[in-house]
Design a protein around this ligand. Structure first.
Ligand code: PEP
Ligand code: MG
Length: 326
């Protein structure tokens, strides 16, 4: 079965009705690049840069970060590489020993994490933005910002990028002036207020792991409530469909980079919502491609519209089974 899948590596990921679907890889370290290429990924849709940071107490300096980002950009050989700025805090804690007590007291998932943390650490943020911009000279690099909710956070981020660019210009350091900047949709407020994002950013990436957590108020790492973590909850589906449709209307690329993108039982549902970019663990990529090759978006679109009108979980599952031919 594996070797049959392997043969799909160089097959173009097109649906029966000829729609191209981008299949991208999620990576955590530069050493994951060979896996992404081996799976036939058309780029890196999510480089979780905070993994450069984890497992060590200190922060990698600008040159060290630059080397890591450039390694990925070069390693992907001209394919797009989306680098997400540090998503620190919450489940990815850079200083577990120091903050353990705080974790117990507070709710880290709702606290100072990701872009919120970066914006309160301007020196750390500038270092990372400069490193990413420098890497953009060596391949098509895009910048992705995690956990945005407010227009003001986007504006502050764009100002920080402008500052990093101007300092590099002053030093005659080359970078891509047009480097696209995207935002993650992983908070319900972001999905509902997606217009704020579309007016300010070049692309969107939906982080379903967090989006589901925050929509359903289910801690994604708490096993006691894991049975309530339901990607098919009608509210989750509404937020997904709304985000994808809105991005389409605005002519902005949108991807899903949460675990749902690599879940083959969700592929047709997402295709039917209009999704054309999936970013996932490289190990899932060929299986998802196989599903895409046997799907027809012209049939899926009306079926999914019908599914989205259902509110009863049993009906939703029934319709999903129908999409999947089971
Ligand atoms: C997500 O939230 O879906 C996501 C891709 O980011 P992470 O899993 O790193 O939080
Ligand atoms: Mg996330």
């Amino acid at each position: 079965e594996r070797s049959k899948l392997k043969r799909l590596k160089t097959t173009r990921s097109r649906t029966i009705d000829g729609v191209h679907v981008d299949l991208l890889a999620n990576i955590e370290l530069p050493s994951d690049v060979p896996d992404a290429l081996e799976a036939g990924a058309e780029g890196v849709g999510l480089f979780r840069s905070e993994f450069l940071f984890l497992g060590r107490g200190d922060m990698p300096c600008e040159d060290e970060q630059f080397e890591s980002y450039r390694k990925v950009a070069r390693g992907m050989g001209g394919l797009p590489v989306t680098i997400r700025t540090f998503d620190l805090g919450n489940d990815k804690d850079p200083h577990p020993e120091e903050t353990h007590a705080d974790r117990v007291k507070t709710n880290p998932a709702l606290g100072l994490r990701a872009i919120r943390l970066s914006l309160t650490e301007p020196a750390m943020f500038q270092t990372q933005l400069r490193a990413i911009l420098r890497a953009s000279h060596y391949g098509p690099v895009k910048l992705l910002i995690p956990m945005l909710a407010h227009a003001q956070e986007i504006d502050q981020t764009l100002a920080a990028v402008a500052q990093a660019k101007s300092s590099l210009r002053g030093e005659n350091v080359p970078f891509d002036e047009q480097m696209p900047i995207g935002g993650m949709i992983e908070i319900p407020a972001a999905a509902l207020g997606v217009g704020l994002f579309l007016r300010r950013l070049d692309f969107l990436s939906i982080g379903t792991n967090d989006l589901i957590q925050y929509t359903l108020a289910i801690d994604r790492s708490d096993e006691q409530v894991a049975h309530l973590y339901d990607p098919l909850h009608p509210a989750v589906l509404m937020l997904l469909a709304h985000t994808i449709t809105s991005a389409d209307k605005a002519g902005r690329p949108v991807s899903v980079c949460g675990e749902l993108a690599g879940d083959v039982s969700m592929t047709r549902l997402l295709l039917g919502m209009g999704l054309r970019q999936f970013s996932m663990h490289p190990g899932q990529l060929l299986e998802v491609k196989q599903r895409i090759l046997t799907s027809d978006t012209s049939e899926l679109a009306p079926q999914v519209r019908r599914l989205l009108r259902c509110e009863e979980p049993a009906r939703i599952r029934e319709q999903l089974d129908k999409l999947n031919g089971v």
